[in-house]
Design a protein around this ligand. Structure first.
Ligand SMILES: Cc1ncc(COP(=O)(O)O)c(C=O)c1O
Length: 483
């Protein structure tokens, strides 16, 4: 691979880029039941224009580009207001949920360093349903995640277990509103009360749900308390690039006050170059996402968001009820908003096979492994683009289930597990090759059938499956592989 000696004509550039999209999921079809949050063409055009208008402005330096400071403060202010923050609440714009959560953990760590210097090995207590990004934050920041169980059937955080997990080294308690996997809102009031009792910080991960839940509440839907109205909540993350329907690269991290937020900020004036002062992780950054987020929030307004939320909630009810009516499937827990997961109640239905079969019909649903007390399941996040497809989905799902029930029950899974049991797993090339061969992938290509891969990944010890994933990606992300 090299930069072409002579530049390509614009037409060819876009023809080529379009062709690269060839194998991507067709999200405009409304059949991609995850990853995508699309507010409709008109709002999309506004986002597009605002993003492009601020593409080149560098939000690294608000003294040079004061517009970026204004945009950030206004977007943060609107988000804080939705989450019932008072005048003391401050926050920042970040590139996404992961950056917001890394910052929340970093702030908690550095606040503890300043206020509880006796803590040498800080711990974050979080339910097993907390997002993977907390593990990433803990990994990057050398903080220990202490994992607590969730209740059977409801998948809600077990606050008693969180209480028992608190030690002298605890710095932060975490609750999700809602957790991604099952779409249920943890008992935030109880978690925050526990934090208050123990003089701890309490972060609410409202990345996926914060904005949607705020509008559900405005519409009069029953919504558990989850935001700054709850005493003891000290920080909240809310992604605008999810149910805020902004362009990707848009999240907000909020803190109860400036005293806490100051532990997030980094400054460096001791090197030979320009002065660095960053509120978030990234330095140089396009102001496009913040302009786009500002634009969509102002374009939709409360009315626009409420219309979307109402439509999406009606479609969600339809799909949840429809799935529960299908013999052999059940929705897990009692989802609070428009995201949920469903599992199989029949030996004949393997959810990973079901996901592949649905994929062949143009639907994307997301497999989630059996972990803790959560069985293997398929996840769905509804959004505006999926509303019109709700009935079509249920029809295809029903038909696919009927077809799967006719298939002979394969004992492939049992054979795979027996083979895995025999394998003495070492972290070496041979084991990697053996496992990828069993999964039916070459290790350097993107697979199109996921059933076997999912079955293997589900049962491997976590350190092995994570090692395999790292090796696999390391092999995949090599220039020229997809030439
Ligand atoms: C609850 C929750 N937290 C954090 C994240 C991470 O967000 P991102 O993918 O924007 O980094 C997600 C993503 O779905 C989420 O659902």
């Amino acid at each position: 691979m090299r930069v072409p000696e002579k530049g390509m004509p614009k037409e060819e550039i876009f023809k080529t880029l379009e062709s690269y999209k060839g194998k991507d999921l067709d999200w405009k079809s409304g059949r991609v039941l995850g990853y995508i949050y699309y507010p409709g063409q008109k709002a999309h055009d506004v986002i597009d224009e605002a993003y492009t208008m601020f593409l080149t402005e560098n939000a690294l330096d608000p003294t040079t580009f004061p517009s970026t400071l204004r945009l950030e403060n206004e977007v943060v202010g609107m988000t804080a207001n939705l989450l019932q923050g008072d005048q003391q609440v401050v926050g920042n714009f970040t590139s996404g949920g992961t950056e917001s959560l890394i910052l929340a953990v970093k702030t908690a760590r550095d606040y503890a360093r300043a206020t509880k210097p006796n803590i040498k090995a800080p711990e974050v207590v979080m339910p097993v349903t907390a997002h993977a990004s907390f593990y990433k934050a803990a990994h990057y920041l050398d903080v220990k995640p202490v994992i607590t169980p969730v209740h059977d059937d409801s998948f809600l955080a077990d606050v008693g277990a969180m209480r028992a997990a608190i030690t002298d080294d605890t710095i932060l308690l975490v609750g999700s509103a809602p957790g991604y996997a099952h779409g249920v809102v943890d008992p935030i009031s109880e978690i925050a009360e526990l934090a208050l009792e123990n003089n701890l910080l309490c972060h609410v991960d409202g990345c996926v749900g914060g904005i949607h839940l705020a509008y559900m509440r405005k519409l009069g839907y029953p919504v558990p308390q989850f935001d700054f109205s709850v005493p003891g909540v000290t920080s909240i993350s809310a992604d605008l690039h999810k149910y805020g329907y902004a362009a990707k690269g848009a999240s907000v991290i909020l803190y109860k006050n400036k005293e806490l937020r100051k532990h997030q900020i980094f400054a460096c004036s001791r090197w030979t170059g320009y002065t660095v002062i960053n509120a978030a992780v990234t330095s140089s950054k396009t102001a496009g996402p913040m302009a786009a987020a500002w634009a969509v929030m102002n374009y939709l307004g409360d009315e626009g968001y409420m219309e979307i939320v109402r439509e999406v909630m009606e479609a969600t009810r339809l799909v949840i009820d429809g799935i529960n009516r299908i013999d052999g499937l059940t929705v897990l827990g009692e989802p609070n908003m428009c995201m949920f997961s469903f599992a199989s109640t029949s030996k004949n239905i393997n959810v990973y096979r079901l996901a592949d079969a649905l994929r062949n019909k143009g639907w994307y649903v997301q497999p989630q492994f059996a972990r803790a007390n959560s069985p293997a399941n398929l996840h769905i996040s509804m959004n505006r683009s999926t509303v019109d497809q709700a009935e079509a989905f249920l029809k295809d799902l029903q038909q696919t289930i009927e077809a799967l029930k006719q298939e002979e029950i394969s004992d492939e899974a049992r054979k795979l597990h027996a083979e895995l049991d025999k394998l003495s797993i070492k972290f070496d090339d041979q084991t990697f090759l053996k496992l990828t061969e069993m999964a039916g992938v070459t290790g350097t290509e993107l697979p199109d059938k996921m059933e076997t891969i999912n079955q293997i990944m589900e049962v491997l010890p976590y350190d092995v499956s994570e090692w395999i994933l790292i090796e696999y990606l390391n092999n995949l992300m090599v220039p020229g592989k997809h030439a």
